[in-house]
Design a protein around this ligand. Structure first.
Ligand code: GBH
Length: 944
């Protein structure tokens, strides 16, 4: 039932009702929290008197990513609290940067600005009803103390106590839940054993033991210092561990030993008998010089102080689980701590029950403590629709329910983490946030896992079905590769365009086009031109053989208007130009290949640009005349006609921002006029064919529109409206008049009208269709041509520019997980194609559709695995659209047959299934691996 509801508000209402009656296994008083750590998110590494920490020094020395700015939590803590409120968590765990409050680590260096920051954060949390959980130490020791040995020096224990006492005084009235330190194992082993954490010391024989010893003593000192003054408050420690399972029954002791060496090392002193686990003492003693154990000894007073020095057991289960094999002392080259432990752990995927087994082990080994679970989280490349992480959280919660049923005293769950931030060893390569952080401008966007978590909290941790829009179906199915065939009559082809391949720019009477002018004006990369290009004007026979070799049935090419009509007008008919296309068409037919002809792929006769091009309303008549000439000359053999390629590109890039020929800048008005005239031109030519030619030739006419898929960046209602708006402005602009109701999309009329009024105009910059025009626009097609390459996310955003872009009130961005290509604009997101096909199906009554272009740009290598993977995944999503969604897709043309002139990028970006050697005057073609892959796909007509 709930999954049917698409309104966000409605879902919230329903869930409130449906959960209020249910009881939670987690009890009524449960901490639902989120965690963060100072160095991972604060940034402002040297702001307002902050002293450097060992992590500042470590990362600066190491080079690469660092936490200098990170998510800028230091300045944006109010935003963070707002997000915590959105999540409806009741607790927030943060850590305090010691060197922000005491720049050199000692009390004499007190920095009020730093203290103020934490006071403000705590006040902001409290006033929003969120319980602050302050951690005194998470890895970022003041660098000044490292000069004296840091945690190797026991003076640091005293300094930690003094620092802690100061923070208890400063924040003790508001913070009732404290953590002395989080994951001290990392400081001990990673910081001093393998050196992968700051301070980067690698002395695995002794240093980890000394550091752990001092950390434990520092912890228990801070514990008692707090309890003296705040008997009501709670303070504890958070430990981290892998769950270590025996690989076989014989390895049971080894697995227990592994747990004792990692978790027991800290937990036995604090939650057990006050001292180190026996197995550690024995094993380290035996392999140490006589009477000088590498494992330090606690005094009896310390043992008493340690014992019970934590009001709760904070635990972080690392992402992975280890399968442990006994490797008693026999594991060269391992030394020190690892050798002492004497196990070999193989990382295996965590499975159901691991967390509950770990908690049960803690319960049994350490006296059934109250536990707070701090999720280690599942890292990823940072996709916004993080279904995997959502599933992992779901799994963790299910495990925790099991744990509770086994009598474990669970008091809280803290999801990791609030924000994408700096990950200690991986920098910004891996992301843990429930909120995405756009590091350049620090924008935050809610991921699907955040929506899941907040709904989980509303359900008090009970199982629930999450609404579909949290992660749309198409995205959830992205990894389900479909092994199936395309329909038997499915059409496969490859595509090219005249200016990109022909060359012969002034051969045999051809007139110049606006792209000749643009290129000769040095507007293309490296001043390259299409003067010769692939020289298809001379090599078309070879091209046809190459098409044939791929086994496809269709070839989509375009006619250069100014080759047929040099000055654009029918009076200038050029017989040589007509002959060229006749020859090409005849050659195709002779080889069993069906031509699909584009009349206009951007190369307007310069002579027509001289009278205003598409800004001149009479262009519709010129185009109609030109189309009629083509229908007359070639219509007896060509039955598939495309009037325009990518009306959007012509309008916006050609006449809006002028980055394409003819290079005109008219982003507010011209762009809409041009689009209007393109549609008029198309409609006229469509009806010309329909009336005069279709009765004899029975061909089909359509237009090719290009559209990226636009996915809402978050599932907020505003972003969802914005994504729909973006699609309507991009595709609906042309598709709605032709394939829809004959008029511009309502939302475009509304927005352009509104923006025009705001600007002080008394009429909209969007032209208006007459009743009569609407009638002839509507249905002026036999099929839908779609060019599709990539996807963007859409974020609702007020835009104060009065241009086609500004009119839309949104901005777009891409996903960190989508692979790039040689072209900046082309990110690989296969499921976008399926989403777009479904959108077209729903908006335009499932028209017969040809994907007339789709492809991937690289440097032109013959072993082009990137392209193969692109074609494989995109065509598979198309297959899903046909099989699962009943989209009426009739055919698919790969862009492109061969490497060619990539417009303003010149010959720098290659899209071909064949490579072309542009430095050889003969322009030899060579098939690429992708060409072979495509041949196989066409041959199999799907995936076996
Ligand atoms: C298709 O357009 C074209 O139809 C085809 O001719 C072309 O070769 C193919 O793409 C590959 O690019 O960064 O400002 O230069 C796809 C839509 C429109 C996407 C222009 C790239 C470049 C914008 N394209 N856009 S810019």
């Amino acid at each position: 039932m709930r999954t049917e509801i698409t309104s966000f508000c409605a879902v919230l209402v329903i869930s409130v009702f449906s959960t209020s009656a249910a009881t939670s296994v987690f009890g009524d008083v449960f901490a639902w929290g989120v965690s963060s750590a100072a160095y991972q998110i604060e940034g402002a590494w040297n702001a307002d008197g902050k002293g450097p920490s060992i992590w500042d020094e470590f990362t600066h020395k190491r080079g690469g990513d660092n936490g200098d700015d990170s998510a800028d939590g230091y300045h944006r803590y109010r935003d963070h609290v707002m997000h915590l409120k959105e999540l409806k968590v009741n607790h927030y765990k943060f850590s305090i940067s010691w060197s922000r409050v005491l720049p050199d680590g000692t009390i004499s260096s007190r920095n009020n600005a730093g203290i103020e920051y934490y006071k403000n954060l705590v006040a902001e949390l409290s006033s929003n009803g969120i319980e602050p959980v302050a951690c005194l130490y998470q890895h970022d020791l003041p660098a000044a103390l490292q000069k004296y040995g840091g945690w190797m020096n026991e003076t640091t224990i005293d300094l930690f106590e003094t620092y802690s006492r100061m923070m208890f005084t400063e924040l003790g009235n508001s913070v009732k839940l404290w953590i002395t330190m989080t994951s001290p194992w990392n400081d001990a082993f990673r910081g001093h054993g393998d050196g992968s954490f700051a301070p980067g010391i690698s002395q695995p024989e002794t240093a980890p033991y000394i550091v752990a010893h001092n950390l434990i003593r520092a912890h228990s000192r801070a514990y008692h210092a707090y309890k003296e003054g705040h008997p009501q408050g709670k303070i504890g420690i958070v430990l981290n561990t892998d769950w270590q399972k025996p690989a076989a029954a014989a390895d049971t002791d080894a697995a227990t030993r592994g747990m004792q060496f990692s978790l027991g090392w800290f937990a036995q002193p604090i939650f057990g008998n006050g001292d180190y686990p026996e197995v550690m003492k024995t094993r380290i003693d035996t392999s140490s010089p006589e009477g000088k154990s590498r494992l330090p000894t606690f005094t009896s007073q310390e043992i008493t102080q340690n014992r019970g020095s934590s009001d709760f057991f904070g635990i972080t289960k690392e992402k992975l689980t280890l399968s442990v094999v006994d490797n008693n002392n026999n594991m060269p080259p391992s030394v020190g701590y690892m050798k002492d432990m004497g196990i070999r752990g193989t990382v295996i995927k965590s499975s159901e029950g691991d967390i509950s087994d770990l908690l049960l082990w803690i319960k049994n080994t350490f006296n059934n403590p109250v536990i707070h679970m701090l999720d280690a989280g599942l890292s990823g490349c940072g996709t916004l629709y993080d279904e995997d992480r959502l599933q992992a959280m779901k799994q963790t919660i299910a495990d925790l329910r099991t744990a509770v049923s086994r009598g474990i005293r669970l008091a809280g769950y803290f999801a990791a983490q609030l924000l994408d931030g700096f990950d200690w060893t991986e920098g910004y390569k891996v992301k843990y946030g429930l909120y995405h952080v756009e590091f350049g401008n620090k924008e935050r966007l809610q991921k699907a896992s955040a929506r899941y978590y907040l709904t989980l909290i509303q359900h008090q941790g009970n199982e629930f079905d999450y609404p579909k829009y949290f992660v749309p179906e198409v995205i959830r199915q992205k990894n389900d590769f479909l092994r199936a065939k395309f329909p038997p009559d499915f059409t496969w082809g490859v595509a090219t365009a005249a200016y990109q391949i022909e060359g012969g720019w002034n051969a045999d009477g051809k007139g110049p086009s606006i792209w000749d002018t643009f290129a000769h004006d040095n507007r293309l990369a490296y001043s390259q031109t299409g003067d010769v290009a692939c020289d298809s004007y001379h090599k078309y026979r070879e091209d046809v053989q190459n098409v044939k070799r791929l086994g496809v049935s269709h070839y989509r090419f375009s006619i250069a208007w100014s080759r047929v009509l040099p000055d654009g007008r029918v009076t200038s008919l050029n017989k040589a130009g007509v002959d060229y296309y006749n020859n090409l068409i005849d050659e195709l037919l002779a080889n069993g290949i069906t031509p699909m002809v584009t009349l206009y792929h951007w190369d307007l006769p310069q002579a027509l640009q001289d009278i205003g091009g598409f800004q001149n309303a009479s262009i519709a008549d010129y185009f109609n005349d030109y189309a009629r000439v083509c229908f007359e000359q070639f219509g007896d053999r060509v039955q598939l006609w495309i009037t325009f390629n990518e009306a959007f590109v012509v309008s916006w890039l050609g006449y809006g921002i002028g980055v394409f020929a003819p290079g005109i800048n008219s982003p507010a008005e011209g762009v809409y006029q041009v689009a209007h005239n393109i549609i008029r031109s198309h409609v006229k030519a469509y009806h010309t064919y329909d009336k005069l030619f279709k009765p004899h030739y029975h061909g089909k006419v359509g237009i090719t529109l290009d559209s990226d898929w636009k996915e809402p960046a978050t599932s907020s209602a505003m972003d969802r409206y914005a994504a729909e708006r973006a699609l309507q402005f991009k595709l609906g602009w042309f598709a709605n008049p032709i394939y829809g109701n004959g008029d511009y999309p309502a939302v475009m009329k509304q927005y352009v009208g509104m923006k025009s009024r705001e600007e002080g105009r008394n009429s909209s910059r969007l032209p208006v269709w007459s009743e009569e025009e609407i009638k002839i626009n509507k249905g002026s097609y036999d099929f839908f041509g779609l060019n599709h390459y990539t996807t963007q996310y859409v974020v609702d955003n007020h835009d104060n520019r009065f241009t086609y872009e500004g009119d839309q009130d949104l901005y777009t961005k891409v996903d960190d997980c989508w692979p790039g290509s040689r072209a900046d604009w082309l990110k690989v997101n296969p499921w976008g194609l399926r989403s777009l096909l479904r959108w077209i199906r729903d908006r335009y009554n499932n028209p017969p559709l040809y994907v007339t272009e789709n492809g991937f740009g690289d440097n032109g290598e013959l072993d082009d695995q990137g392209r193969i993977s692109y074609y494989r995944s995109y065509t598979n999503e198309m297959l899903k659209a046909i099989h699962h969604d009943q989209c009426n897709v009739k055919g698919y043309m790969a862009w492109s047959l061969m490497d060619n002139l990539e417009w303003t990028s010149g010959y720098t970006i290659k899209f071909g299934l064949y490579s072309v050697n542009f430095t050889d005057p003969n322009r030899p073609r060579t098939i690429k691996e992708s060409g072979k892959f495509f041949t196989q796909l066409v041959h199999d007509n799907g995936y076996n």
